[in-house]
Ligand binder design. Structure first.
Ligand code: BEZ
Ligand code: FE
Length: 297
């Protein structure tokens, strides 16, 4: 690969080319062919980047300082490198290349840092909000395969932020809210109560937040509700639904929005009878339908 550099004198170009050649050759004896391929591509793109951008040594040090700060902030509860990958669109592109859009299957999007395995099971029509602040939302749909046949017993893990923009794992009191597990019935159907999703920021008190601010980018994620759908013989799907008309759809901080995942959340004025005869004590609520299509493995 040649850098799209401003014209560099011949002798200088040869010096730079020679270094790329030597670094590439240093991986010649890598026993694992995939690792060899990955490292050689990394070297080609990294050197092309340096030769195009031509960073000063102070700029390069700044990049090293940025990564050092990301490392210092990273713990088993806070992953600044994943967040960096997210805001650069790298997480989303990795999902794209691994989950080809095909056969009408529901598209995948980012998992995010707030998934918790083994959430409590709720029955069909149950409420995962558990008293968290926000407007109640009735979510229903089916899980089918790409031929349109229902997938009974599919496991759905669902989770979302409350109206204060917090996931339960960010609460101080360890309370569990706005997450649940449920299973589809014999008809492939499911339904549950949650909250109407609202926008919230990705963690932005670290170096990645500083990067967003310095570049004039918003830390907000478009309003969404997370789903993970798992069933024997089917490819696991990790996705969200997004709220049609949401102001952050075009500027989602992690590029997670796909047009096919945007759904109308129909607002229901206070007093509208709610599914299951739920008494909402004069509150408004919303409803949305999300039919999930899984691919066979
Ligand atoms: C989220 O959806 O919860 C999320 C995804 C990526 C980065 C931060 C948050
Ligand atoms: Fe989220």
């Amino acid at each position: 690969m040649t850098a799209t550099t401003p014209a560099v004198p011949d002798q200088q170009r040869q010096v730079e080319d020679e270094l790329v050649r030597r670094v590439l050759a240093s991986f010649d004896d890598t026993p694992d062919p995939r690792l060899k391929e990955v490292m050689r591509a990394l070297v080609r793109y990294l050197h092309a980047f340096i030769r195009e951008v031509r960073p000063t040594e102070a700029e390069w040090q700044r990049a090293v300082d940025f990564l050092t700060a990301a490392g210092h902030l990273t713990t088993d509860r806070r992953q600044e490198f994943v967040l960096l990958s997210d805001v650069l669109g790298a997480s989303m592109q990795t999902i794209n290349v691994n989950h080809e859009a095909a056969d009408g299957a529901t598209e995948a999007t980012v998992l995010g840092p707030f998934f918790v395995a083994d959430s409590p099971e709720i029955p069909r029509g149950g409420d995962m909000a558990a008293g968290a602040p926000g407007e109640p939302c009735w979510i229903e749909g089916t899980v089918t395969d790409t031929a349109g046949d229902p997938v009974p017993g599919a496991r759905l893990d669902v989770w979302e932020a409350d109206a204060d923009g917090l996931y339960d794992v960010q609460y101080d009191d360890g309370k569990l809210a706005c997450r649940a597990r449920l299973h589809t019935g014999d008809d492939g159907g499911y339904a549950f109560w949650g909250l109407t999703p609202t926008p919230y920021p990705v963690p932005h008190d670290g170096p990645v937040g500083a990067l967003l601010r310095t570049t004039g980018r918003s830390p907000l994620r478009a309003s969404h509700l997370h789903f993970m759908a798992t069933a024997p013989g089917m490819r696991t799907l990790v996705t969200h639904i997004f709220v049609a008309g949401d102001g952050a759809l075009d500027s989602d901080a992690v590029f997670g929005v796909k047009e096919s995942l945007v759904r109308p959340f129909e607002r229901q004025p206070a007093g509208t009878p709610a599914p299951g005869g739920r008494d909402l004590s004069g509150r408004s609520w919303s409803r949305v339908r999300f039919d999930i299509v899984l691919r066979r493995q």
